[in-house]
Design a protein around this ligand. Structure first.
Ligand SMILES: [Zn+2]
Length: 103
């Protein structure tokens, strides 16, 4: 409508947002203040998971589900799970680009 809206055209704003998303600079660790993409963290033990599968279907399945459900993000520097996510992403991902699991 007036001059203010002309300065921030939606495409440029979207590109800036996307760039920040790719670099992860909007993701901040609340504990140490690190910015950038955190590490993917899966609880439990892969060898134990395999062992449980060899023991039988049910224990292996239960353990696999537990591991997947509790999978999350941790700070690459201090290992804290206390991360501040920008609105478009979030740990459970509205965008879903970086969380490749099918839920
Ligand atoms: Zn940290």
């Amino acid at each position: 409508m007036d001059d203010d809206s002309a300065r921030t055209d939606p495409i440029t704003a979207r590109l800036e947002e996307l760039k920040r998303l790719v670099t992860g600079e909007d993701i901040r660790c609340q504990n140490c203040g690190r910015r950038g993409w955190p590490d993917r963290h899966t609880p439990g033990n892969g060898a134990l998971e395999l062992l449980l599968w060899l023991l039988g279907l049910v224990p292996g399945l239960v353990y696999t589900i537990w591991r997947r459900r509790n999978r999350g993000w941790i700070c690459a520097l201090c290992g804290s799970a206390d991360l501040a996510w920008p609105r478009p992403i979030g740990p459970r991902g509205g965008l879903g680009v970086f969380t490749s699991h099918n839920g």
